[in-house]
Design a protein around this ligand. Structure first.
Ligand code: X8Z
Ligand code: ZN
Length: 416
């Protein structure tokens, strides 16, 4: 059950944002060094280098992202306003910040990039067609645990001690994580893709290790240029979020596997947005009917209300993300080209959050904080506009795949 306490969510949000305070000085230095490298390569700064990978001039790419954003902005504004009203219904006047902003700590996500956790607050027709796969995934994990405990007891002639039970718990976590990856793999295989190589199952990191600190942010890696060694690195949990991320990561893996016979120069996405969009395209095919067919949700009720529920659920992940996907690099492009200076890092960050996302902090966030650094991709230095593009491309890919599969009917009902 998600914690909806205003105060506890605020404490969690503020607590996480202390992580990046010490990064600010290093980040300033990093920006200088990175720009030197970009200049050596003939670009005005790192942002221009990042914008150069789209078969158009860097300035034209900026204009293209504006064009795309203006097309989807009305949809986002409706979602933002509807959600804000629901937060006001739940929290009273504390549910909004002056100017119709959503309080940054109340979206069920530390960065306000995915609002899926707000589902119970915003569900248009409560109780119509259960779409949350988390309870089923947790039940599956617990069933594995019970079975492994029984095995242990049978084999050892006694029930496990508390320490042994922890081991059994980890075995159950790992088995459940692999089962979730298997089910995603079977979707790709059903589309005619190959199975994942054996080494994937031996070498990937599926759950958080206990003996060392790791970066849990999910990623996918081609370990060689021509071999059979693709891996994901995740800390999978039995929930809906992890399941979608698995599909996302396997999108990268299948892209790697598909182009590994090509010369190294061609071993990349058409652009980085394509790479991010493959798995997300597949996720769109996880319709209520599909989820039901693989036993993850009860019988879907087919009705107008159920359909609207399903679309709202999709919007909380996809539409809510759009301005976030854009503002991260609006900030970094400004940082790299010098229009945003270190003594203005945090103000510029929150100005962009307000402008694009309509979210605001409820406590002062002065320049002693470095809130951008609390988002993985900033210190990790992964460009972010790719995810904005992917949120557009995934629908175009999805439509093409639905057309190619011969589907006729409303697009949202298509599972290719
Ligand atoms: O970073 C990721 C993937 C790895 S490429 C897990 N994503 C973005 C994020 O988490 O911020 C996927 C959606 C957006
Ligand atoms: Zn990705």
């Amino acid at each position: 059950v998600p914690n909806r306490s205003y105060e506890e969510q605020l404490a969690a949000w503020e607590g996480w944002h202390t992580i990046s305070i010490p990064m600010k000085k290093d980040y300033e230095k990093f920006v200088q060094l990175s720009n030197e490298v970009a200049k050596d390569q003939g670009f005005s700064d790192t942002g221009a280098l990042w914008r150069s990978g789209y078969d158009m001039k860097p300035e034209d790419f900026k204009a293209e992202t504006d064009r795309l954003w203006n097309q989807v902005k009305p949809l986002y504004e409706n979602l933002q306003c509807y959600t804000k009203n629901k937060l006001v219904a739940k929290y009273g006047p504390n549910g909004e910040v002056a100017g119709g902003m959503i309080p940054a700590h109340l979206t069920g996500n530390l960065w306000q990039q995915d609002w899926s956790n707000l589902w119970p607050l915003v569900e248009p027709y409560p109780g119509v067609a259960a779409m949350d796969v988390t309870p089923t995934l947790q039940k599956q994990r617990n069933e594995k645990y019970t079975a492994l405990i029984a095995d242990f007891t049978k084999k050892n002639g006694h029930a496990p001690s508390p320490t042994e039970a922890v081991e059994v718990g980890r075995a159950a976590d790992l088995a459940q994580a692999k089962a979730m990856v298997k089910s995603a793999e079977s979707f790709y295989v059903s589309l005619g893709m190959p199975k994942l190589p054996d080494s994937f199952w031996d070498k990937a990191q599926f759950i958080q290790p206990r003996d060392r600190d790791v970066v849990c942010h999910a990623s996918a890696w081609p370990m060689t240029l021509d071999g059979d060694d693709e891996r994901i690195k995740m800390c999978i949990k039995p929930d809906a979020d992890s399941l979608e991320t698995i599909y996302h990561e396997l999108g990268h893996i299948y892209y790697y596997m598909s182009y590994k016979s090509l010369p190294a120069l061609f071993q990349n996405g058409a652009n980085d947005g394509f790479h991010e969009a493959i798995g997300d395209t597949i996720v769109l095919s996880m319709t209520p009917e599909y989820l039901h067919s693989v036993g993850l949700v009860d019988q879907p009720t087919v009705s107008k209300e159920a359909e609207i529920n399903a679309q709202m659920r999709r919007a909380l992940a996809g539409v809510a993300f759009l301005p976030f996907g854009l503002m991260i690099d609006r900030w970094r492009w400004g940082v790299f080209d010098g229009s945003i200076k270190p003594d203005n890092y945090n103000k510029a960050w929150w100005d962009l959050k307000a402008k694009y996302q309509g979210v605001a902090p409820v406590t002062a966030r002065g320049e002693d904080f470095f809130d951008a650094g609390a988002k993985y991709h900033v210190p990790g230095n992964t460009p972010y506009t790719r995810y904005f593009l992917a949120r557009i491309l995934q629908f175009q890919f999805y439509k093409s795949l639905c057309d190619a599969s011969g589907f006729k009917g409303p697009l949202n009902e298509c599972s290719f």
